[in-house]
Structures are given as structure tokens and as C-alpha cells.
Design a protein around this ligand. Sequence first.
Ligand code: MG
Length: 388
Amino acid sequence: MPRIISIHEGTIPISSSIANAYIDFSRMDCSIVAIVSDVVRDGRPLVGYGFSSNGRYSASDIIRRRIAPRLVEADPGSLLTGDGVTFDPVKALSVMTSGEKPGGHGERSVAVGVLDMALHDLAAKIEDKPLYRWLSDRHALGEPDESVFVYAAGGYYAPGKTLKDLQEEMRRFLGLGYTTVKMKIGGASLTEDLRRIEAVLDVVDGSRLAVDANGRFDLATALAYGKALEPYALAWYEEPGDPLDHALHATLAEQYPGPLATGENLFSLQDARNLLRYAGMRPDRDIIQIDPVLSYGLAEYLRIHAMLRRHGWSPRRCIPHGGHQFALHISAALKLGGNESYPGEFEPTGGFTDDAVVEDGRIRLPDLPGIGFENKAKLHQVFQSLHT
Ligand SMILES: [Mg+2]
């Protein structure tokens, strides 16, 4: 019966010079964890690794003082699959959230999500399967996708960045094999943003360009942008207003005919359900971007997906925020619409395995057991230094 021997936690910078309409990322950091098990393979204990997605700061204190001790002190059997072969992250979620009141999800959903990633990595390693295969088998999800659509998120604001630089950046993404790109809006005037969008439309077709306002706009601005963006028939218009202003979103959805995308700042099943109830989301075109790591982990994301299906949503309408290797496995196993990618940003946690190749906008899944961090050399080194 596998047991947890120890949990190690640390904080690392994922600093970057980029900025969106709301924050700059120069001081961004993230939590990393290693869960060491008593299962020995090739003379070494199997270890599961996890980190928090970009966009929220490290949640070290909550991990160290509340969530990790609950796992270490739990009855070992309460963390395992029914057959006792490996860890069951769905059961672990109940253990990790015991003693927490409902509502006000805040940073604890991040702390739980980091440990959930490490538990999934470990659970799949114990059964010697890549995570996406393990998920398909353990959750009876049917044959997983062999490759996942990824789009390149960039087009950030930067001091001195010209329209030519922006076009160059987008050409670079296309050169890397991406077919769809995303750029930021809302950090400049509408006139200036339209100039930026038109510059990018010289490089890609409107149906392959998404724009992201990062929750910046009030209703009048969201509508004004919507009216101006409509003729471009863009891939999607992302997070126009505050993530919790569902009335704004519903009003915009009545007037803007193209796809809207949101959800990266909603961190629970209850928040996701309210989005469907009140934000005027349209299952035939809109995109849900909930980030499994920021919202209590994949165990909670599976519950969110069951809820989405009950509301008539296809998993293909979900494209998670985050741009990393864990979400790639989730997208393949749950047959989502794809996954975000930030080429060259948010290192060392962001991005995919060192040998990953984007071909015609898609990435194939790796063959390594677990999430495959062992083939992401810089990150693996950082993880190993936590526990060796
Ligand atoms: Mg976004």
C-alpha cells in the first residue's frame, strides 16, 4: 500500500517583463511541491511534482501550515484508490479541504491545486503510465486524444514595443508551428488597440486571432470594444469585464455575436456554475477557460466537467488557462478544445517537455510516466533540489 513519506514545498520566481491590461509580471512567483512516496522504482523513491499556474502568487503558507499536514497526517488508506494500488486525488481533495468553510475560495484553491498536480503525477507514475492514459483508464473516459490544439498567447504590452515588433512576435509564433495567436487589449486606448489588431491581421486571419482584455473593461467600454471588434470575426474576445461581473458579461453576450471566452479567474465548481447560470454564456460558441491548477486541482475540475455536461456543454468548448504540461494531459484525456501556450514565457514551470514540437497548431502527448517533468530539464532540476 503506497504511503506518503514527506512533502516538500518551495517558492520560485517566474518573473517576466511582460504586462497585460491589469498587472505586470515582474514580481510574479509560484509554489512548487514534491511528494515523496515509499514506492521504490530503480532503487529510488517515486516522487510526484506540482506547481501553481501563472497569474496567482505562491501559496506557501497555506500549503505548509494547513493543506500538506492534512495529507501527511491522514489515514493512508483514505488517500488510495479502491483497489489500494495508487493514490486517488479525488479522495485526497476531501482530505485537503476538510476544515475549510465553503465560499471565499481565495488562495487556498491554489494551494490545493499544487498538491493535486503532484498527487496526479505520483499516482500515474506508480502505475507506470503517462498521466493522460492513466486518467482515461481510471476515470473510464474512453480513448484519449493523441494530440492537443495549442494556441500562442502573447501580444503583451511592453515599453517601446512597436507595431512592427508585435507583427514580428506573431510571425515567430506561426514559425514555431502555431496556427492561432492571442494578443492583449485594454492596456491602451480603443483607437490604439485597433491599430495593434489591424497590424496583427496583416499577419494572421481574423478567425485565428483572439484578444484578451484581462477583465479590465466596464460595461460601456466592453460594449464599445465589442462593436469595434465585431467586423474582424475574431477567434474570441476574452475576459472583457471583471471575472465576477456576470451581468456585464450577459449584456455583452446579447450584443456581441462572436465567441466570448472567460473563466480563468473562477476557482471553484460553485463559481463555474454561477458563470453558466448568470453570465449569458452560449454553449454553441463561447469558451470556458477555468484553470484546473488554480481551482482546487484536477479532482475539482472533473466535478466542474460533470456540471458542464449537465448544462449541455461539450468539453470541446473548454480551453484551460495556464500553458503547461499538466493541462496538456487533461486536455487529451477529457477531450477538451485545446490548451493555452506562452512560448518562451513563465519559465521554468510554463511550457511543455523539452522535445515538444508544435505541428499545425497541435502537440503530441509524451510517453513518460506521470506528467513527464523528467523531460523538462530545468524544471526537473528545480523540483529535485526540493527533496534531495
Ligand atoms: Mg486571459
